[in-house]
Design a protein around this ligand. Structure first.
Ligand SMILES: C[S@@+](CC[C@H](N)C(=O)[O-])C[C@H]1O[C@@H](n2cnc3c(N)ncnc32)[C@H](O)[C@@H]1O
Length: 347
């Protein structure tokens, strides 16, 4: 990590440098997905996941009265697996497919290259700025996207608020706390969320992106589907973690070489959504969402004519997606749209 200071930096700046610094950032030099990587995401566990998301997108397009032009935007597409299977599924629904423009919003040039190779036979455009798409209804999908954005943390001690910083002046990095005027932060965001909290964790970049998405969705219709680790609770707590080789490790001593994530606070997102004049159409666990969309029936259909070992593999992967002890409960799904839309499929 290269930083133009030898003192301390705020936690979000530290995470940003560690994950996205041009020369050394974790996501800028490595393909972390899969059994052999550091972690595995739902689209890489089973194709059934992306198929369910496709069906949900198509149903929403129908609800929007089948617009002749619609943008489908994946936020942070990793190795491109979900986009590939969304397009493949869409190809079975010709009328829908002919209306669609597919986009990927991706920060890492390294991953973009991998995505371009995987999707070379399909028409996909890459975006550096969301605001570039403001012409048609747009459906945004973010799977494990918002949890990879840098967060700030604040702690209250004896009625005084402190922001978490990292002392990078020596090899042994350590956390430090700096006094802060929390009212200023609240004012900047424009919502009251500090009352009754002793600890605060949020991503300023997430708020910025939600603002951009709200402008498009309010003006042109559409919505945002978030699928991510998280909890729905007014009280915030420290959820920061660093993962390498599928194990949690120390954040400060694995800079540039491990994934740093947090759990989304969906209650906080709901507050922002209201402030942006949008609405939460639905909120559920990944388990309930996928089951309501028919993932069990789909697994039954595709496993009918395959050998036993393949069938076992399909159900093993399905279990990883929906079991409450695996991804079923900790992953939540939230559908955010403009106020005119009433669409409850999956919730
Ligand atoms: C944890 S990965 C999830 C990948 C994929 N959605 C999946 O489920 O396999 C996060 C992705 O978001 C991208 N990303 C992170 N911050 C971003 C930003 N500010 N703008 C665009 N992409 C970003 C990362 O490069 C990576 O592709």
């Amino acid at each position: 990590m290269k930083v133009k200071t030898n003192k301390s930096i705020s936690l979000d700046r530290f995470i940003n440098k560690s994950l996205y610094s041009k020369s050394s950032g974790y996501y800028m030099k490595k393909n972390p997905f899969g059994e052999k990587g550091d972690f595995i995401t739902a689209p890489n566990i089973s194709i059934l996941f992306s198929e369910m998301i496709s069906i949900w997108i198509i149903a929403l397009w129908e609800k929007l009265k089948k617009p002749k032009k619609i943008n489908i935007v994946e936020l942070g597409a990793g190795n491109g697996e979900m986009m590939l299977n969304i397009i493949k599924t869409s190809n079975q629904f010709l009328f829908f497919k002919n209306s669609c423009k597919f986009f990927i919003f991706e920060k890492s040039p390294y991953l973009e290259k991998i995505q371009k190779e995987k999707l070379k036979n399909y028409k996909v455009r890459w975006l550096k700025k969301l605001i570039k798409i403001n012409n048609s209804p747009t459906i945004f999908i973010g799977n494990e996207f918002f949890d990879s954005l840098p967060v700030k943390q604040f702690t209250k001690k004896n009625s005084i608020w402190f922001e978490k910083h990292i002392d990078i002046s020596s090899k042994n990095k350590k956390f430090l706390e700096k006094k802060i005027n929390i009212k200023k932060i609240e004012k900047k965001i424009g919502i009251n969320f500090v009352k009754n909290q002793k600890f605060i964790e949020f991503s300023p970049l997430m708020i910025d992106l939600l603002k951009k998405i709200s402008k498009i969705v309010n003006k042109k219709n559409g919505g945002l589907l978030i699928i991510d680790y998280g909890y729905f609770n007014k009280k915030m707590f420290n959820t920061l973690q660093s993962v390498k080789n599928h194990k949690k490790i120390d954040i400060l001593n694995n800079v540039d070489n491990s994934d740093i994530t947090h759990l989304l606070n969906y209650k906080f997102i709901e507050k922002i959504v209201k402030k942006l004049k949008l609405k939460v159409n639905g909120f559920s666990t990944q388990r309930n969402f996928l089951i309501k969309l028919g993932i069990l029936q789909r697994a039954e259909i595709i496993s009918k004519k395959v050998p036993f070992l393949m069938k076992a593999d399909i159900y093993y992967r399905l279990k990883r997606l929906i079991d409450n002890k695996q991804m079923g409960e900790i992953f939540k799904v939230m559908f955010i749209s403009n106020k005119k839309i009433n669409f409850k499929l999956g919730f």
